[in-house]
Design a protein around this ligand. Structure first.
Ligand SMILES: [Zn+2]
Length: 396
């Protein structure tokens, strides 16, 4: 992440020495599995999702079971696919061509959980395929403290971080990433940014930055639980009732799991767009939606907001609410308010003709109305703009 990174970065390139034939074989197998892992993640996520956490949720288990990579390597493979897909999206946004990422170059990523650098001994230890398997190697460094490498390896300020292992011309090389914190920057006086979030049933959540959290899978799962419960109720035996209780517990766990996933995504979206405040509607506003939902959606949304509040606190973000009046009837483009703007999940403004996804239009309004109605977080930066996919906008 270029923006928001508070570190200087350097790379130290060294060849690996002292590998046995057995070690070499293991490294080759590990890199092959890694490339397979990246390609599996890329196949699964392409045109589906792109953020690190989404790709990880989607593909990590498959990557791990199909390649034999350990858990952390599998996560890093998902991240690698995520960043390649993000580059494609950027290229497309610049009007360039971009096709699904394929991984063929013999290199792989290591981080502090999969690699240990013993700088004082000039050695490194890399985890590989297989349970608890490691390859240990010497770093082929210039003698007598010569060479730029030593100023990072021997330094107390620089710490090693994400690195890549490369196989070239019969040799293994490590591009060791090093970082040190940038001197603390002055508190920024620039005005803060608001992220609007619309909650609903078809889309569990939509952000003003156009991130959608689809409710289809949740609804489908809910119907499954409902059907099984119905069958058990007909049975009517004591053990059937016990099973119904268990089932309700499992269903609640499942709903909470989904809400955690959505909460993480909302936090990630706020951080990506450098927001200070996450704004929801007061829950009364989605009551009419909830009535058609035919399940304890209100409980689920309360959980979601709890999770967001909890995670936001850890990230130094504020969570606030806005009165829902007009958030769904107002055109975010021209501000026109009318009941007839909204029909069947689509939004079309009767004045300016602007069409939009209704929940997305509402998410933008939630953020904008929060500012227009003069809300401010009780602490932290004052806010004057809200986050859109295309960048922050100031309400006019
Ligand atoms: Zn309009």
């Amino acid at each position: 992440m270029a923006s928001g990174d508070e570190h200087f970065h350097r790379a130290v390139i060294t060849r690996l020495d002292g590998l046995s034939a057995e070690d070499e074989k293991l490294l080759h197998a590990t890199v092959e599995a890694w490339l397979d892992g990246c390609n599996i993640a890329s196949d699964m996520a392409w045109n589906v999702c792109n953020t690190k956490s989404d790709v990880e949720s989607l593909a990590k288990t498959t990557v791990q079971s199909e390649t034999g990579l350990n858990s952390q390597h599998s996560i890093l493979a998902c991240y690698e696919a995520s960043s390649a897909i993000n580059s494609c999206i950027e290229r497309k946004q610049q009007g360039k061509k971009a096709s699904q990422p394929q991984f063929t170059t013999k290199s792989m990523v290591y981080d502090r959980r999969t690699m240990t650098v013993f700088a004082d001994k000039g050695r490194v230890s890399l985890t590989t395929l297989g349970d608890h398997s490691r390859v240990r190697a010497a770093l082929a460094l210039p003698q007598n403290g010569d060479g730029y490498q030593h100023q990072y390896l021997d330094s107390d300020e620089w710490e090693y971080t994400e690195s890549t292992l490369h196989y070239r011309d019969g040799d293994w090389h490590l591009h060791l990433g090093y970082r040190k914190p940038k001197p603390e920057s002055k508190p920024t006086t620039q005005n803060g940014t608001v992220l609007g979030v619309d909650l609903g049933v078809n889309q569990i959540a939509v952000t003003s930055t156009a991130r959608f959290f689809d409710g289809d899978t949740l609804a489908h799962k809910r119907r499954e639980f409902e059907r099984i419960r119905g069958n058990l109720q007909e049975t009517g035996t004591q053990s059937a009732h016990r099973t119904i209780d268990e089932l309700s517990g499992r269903e609640d766990e499942y709903v909470k799991h989904v809400m955690h996933f959505v909460a993480n995504g909302i936090i990630e979206e706020a951080l990506t767009h450098d927001c200070d405040v996450i704004v929801f509607e007061e829950l009364d506003g989605i009551r009419e939606d909830l009535q058609q939902a035919n399940w304890h959606a209100e409980w689920a949304f309360r959980k979601l907001r709890e999770f967001v509040a909890y995670k936001a606190k850890a990230e130094g973000l504020y969570v606030d609410t806005v009165n829902p009046e007009n958030t769904s009837k107002r055109c975010n483009e021209c501000g026109h308010i009318s009941n007839s703007n909204r029909s069947h999940g689509e939004f079309e403004c009767e004045r300016c003709g602007k069409q939009n996804h209704a929940d997305y239009n509402a998410a933008k309004n939630i953020a904008e109305l929060y500012l227009l109605r003069g809300h401010q977080p009780s602490r932290g930066r004052s806010v004057s703009q809200y986050a859109l996919k295309s960048g922050p906008r100031t309400p006019s």
